[in-house]
Design a protein around this ligand. Structure first.
Ligand code: GLA
Length: 389
């Protein structure tokens, strides 16, 4: 078992006086390219990161109510609570609800959660929490629901129970990414394929800069952007902006033009990136990463001064590419840098942030490709169940 899964199992045993029936865990993600394209039916290219949320579960005794406990928040909540709030517990409750809605028989359960995905920073802690809960309940009750369907159930929980209108990217990434690979998702057909990302072999790393300007999707302009995209699609007479073409841009103006231009170009960048990565052209990939940031800053207008400062610092330091990742409006940015240069870029950024009076950023280096090329060995490193006994 992974350490974090052991911690969840230990928390369960301490809290409930017996071992859990099983433990599942699921990772957060960074999105390499394809931002704000998922809810427009477009393409995205996320990859799972080495930060996870683990969920230990077991049944309740006869007639007992279900209970949820978060080690991170040191807080116990009932499974059933009709006074709906905005706490972490809404996510596992939402999964139980979505499973019941899908027609399977749900019984009360007890669960403990432990995570190390920083919340509200754009690394998809909510999707990791949803996916870990879904895997744990699927295992506990023996539903054997395929992962793609679990991902859709997770999205349903987030959209219809928690009330956040997220796209499908994060849940797909958490449940379907394989170690050492990014995942190309066609968000219209929901087809997904792994794209090998051997950064280690190219002596590169992804430096993640958490600007610590926290935000949750519910309190940003995320919903506004979704609405603007839908309006632009209506103006063009198409169902989704995925179908917009370069020549359509002439028929739009102002915000509708800017939002659509981002989506059209971002989709093209994702497909081009997949081609470049297949040829291990990381310099070409990096240029598209910079282009994506400019488009998110100027056309989609979801960047912040902190995110822009990191991207500018990365460019001046010679990073191959850098951009905000996730929804924007704060949170994290990534830079594709030579592994030997990551610390220098982090130091340089810290000084810049200090000079501008920003919060001190937090850095993590990610290597999504730990020298495993074969699908068989990378599969072992996927999110999974573990039996603690
Ligand atoms: C959030 C949402 C995703 C996606 C991104 C922006 O992470 O959860 O579905 O829309 O923002 O690309």
């Amino acid at each position: 078992m992974r350490r974090i899964e052991e911690e969840a199992a230990r928390a369960f045993a301490e809290r409930f006086g017996e071992a859990p029936e099983l433990v599942a865990s699921a990772p957060g993600r960074v999105n390499l390219l394809g931002e704000h394209t998922d809810y427009n039916g477009g393409f995205v290219l996320p990859c799972a990161i080495d930060r996870r949320i683990a969920c230990a579960v077991g049944p309740t005794s006869d007639g007992e109510e279900g209970v949820l406990f978060s080690t991170n928040f040191d807080e116990e909540r009932p499974l059933e609570d009709y006074r709906r709030g905005s706490s972490w517990a809404e996510y596992p409750r939402g999964i139980a609800w979505a499973l019941a809605e899908s027609g399977v028989e749900m019984l009360p359960f007890r669960a403990t959660f432990v995570g190390n995905v920083p919340p509200r920073s754009g690394l998809s802690s909510s999707a990791a929490l949803e996916a870990a809960t879904a895997l744990a309940l699927d295992g506990l009750f023996g539903f054997e629901i395929p992962r793609k369907e679990l991902a859709l159930l997770c999205q349903k929980a987030e959209n219809d129970f928690v009330g956040v209108p997220s796209g499908i990217m994060d849940q797909y990434a958490s449940l379907l990414c394989e170690a050492g690979s990014a995942l190309l998702i066609d968000c219209r057909t929901l087809e997904a394929q792994s794209v090998l990302l051997d950064l280690e072999g190219a002596n590169l790393t992804l430096l993640v800069c958490d600007t610590r300007t926290e935000r949750g999707l519910a309190d940003t302009g995320y919903e506004d952007r979704r609405r603007e995209c839908e309006e632009a699609a209506r103006t063009l007479g198409i169902e989704e902006l995925r179908d917009a073409k370069e020549e359509d841009l002439e028929r739009l103006s102002d915000d509708e033009l800017k939002r659509t231009r981002h989506v059209v170009h971002e989709n093209a960048r994702v497909l081009e990136t997949v081609r470049l990565l297949r040829g291990e052209d990381f310099a070409g990939f990096g240029r598209l990463v910079y282009d994506s940031h400019l488009s998110l800053r100027d056309d989609f207008e979801v960047s912040t001064r902190e995110l822009d400062t990191f991207v500018e610092t990365a460019r001046e330091s010679g990073a191959l590419g850098a951009r905000l990742t996730g929804a924007g409006f704060g949170g994290c940015a990534i830079a594709l840098v030579a592994a030997s240069e990551a610390d220098t870029l982090a130091d340089f950024t810290r000084r810049r942030f200090e000079g501008k009076g920003f919060k001190e950023p937090v850095f993590t280096s990610l290597n999504p490709c730990p020298a495993q090329k074969s699908q068989a060995s990378s599969r072992e490193d996927r999110n999974h169940f573990s039996l603690p006994r």
